[in-house]
Write a protein that binds this ligand. Sequence first.
Ligand code: PLP
Length: 398
Amino acid sequence: MPDRHHCLALDADDPLRAFRDEFVLPEGVVYLVGNSLGALPRRTAERVRRTVEDEWGKELVGGWNTAGWYDQPLRAGDRIAPLIGVGPGQVVAGNTTSIAIFQALAAALRLRPDRRVIVSEVHNFPTDHYIVQGLAGLLGGYEVRDLAERRFDDAAVVLLSEVDYRTGARQDVPAVTAEAHAAGALIVWDLCHSAGVMEVDVSEADFAVGCTYKYLNAGPGAPAFLYVNPRHHATAENVLSGWFAHAEPFAFEEGFRPAEGIRRFAVSTPHVVSFAALEAALDIWERVPMAQVRAKSMALTSLFVELVGDALELASPADPQARGSQVSFRHPDGYPVMRALIDRGVHGDFRAPDILRFGFAPLYTSYTDVHDAAATLLEVLGEELWRQEKYARRLSVT
Ligand SMILES: *Cc1c(COP(=O)(O)O)cnc(C)c1O
């Protein structure tokens, strides 16, 4: 069993170890929730201050031109593109993942007007499936089918998350994509739990979406991203045809005329201050070798699984290749167990009904963190510290 000394040696040898200093990590906290909200990069506060005080404060409305606010969605999109394996002009940032899912699905349905089936995952992160239901309800006449049926013959579009948010299981995205395409369906990938923790090559997808506030560390409420395969740029329609998707937003024409290329998937005024935080995060990502991130991610999750051993039932795949960068365990009293753990400085989260989730962010999670988290978890379980009354009451955000 690797002890703390061994983990310190692993940290000393870690090729990514310098990145940890680029984040603000509170003293005495082991933060294993980077899969929900990434940690704060050290340079973000200054970058946001600059946007607020120097750009907004001094340039006022001129900031749209002088500070480059107008181009933020495409500029950030071009910087996200290499993280998902593609080049410039294919990704637009802005809005939220839910909105990007809506745009991608609606565009896909319009590209397959003769088909009336949307394939979705019933057990996906709820917003994905809720958006499917909302869109199907709006349009009328669509069947929503669970991906588990693996039936694509009459499907217009398939919505697939690369990594399951609950168990961390990694799906066989290339296989599902090939099956969907062979059947004539289009496919939308959700990369919320894969962008920033593994190498992604999105070029086989028709559309892809993801958020930047999880492993990409762009902050609460940060802009999402939407990839549209260039083969659809001329024909795909953005049903959220806001003025930023217009060929000439400042011509103030009465009729909608879509912009060329990925810009037609922009919607409207970008969240300028949030984009400043995203740009600060992307300054780090430019220097990150993603193959090393994936290697360390698998090593971290494997170490945690080994250290926790059979003290808890593993809900994630045992094979590190088959999971994302998280480890989940089942416990019937998972909620008070997690509260007791957080009270002792180890932050994971709880997902109903019985899942304890731990996310590992290779840029700032150390092997020693993993050791300390496992030791605290074993203590909370072994001494039944979670049985204390105060841990039973539910907070509104779990
Ligand atoms: C985190 C996450 C989202 C988030 O959606 P928002 O619109 O940003 O609230 C969507 N889908 C998946 C799979 C996620 O993990």
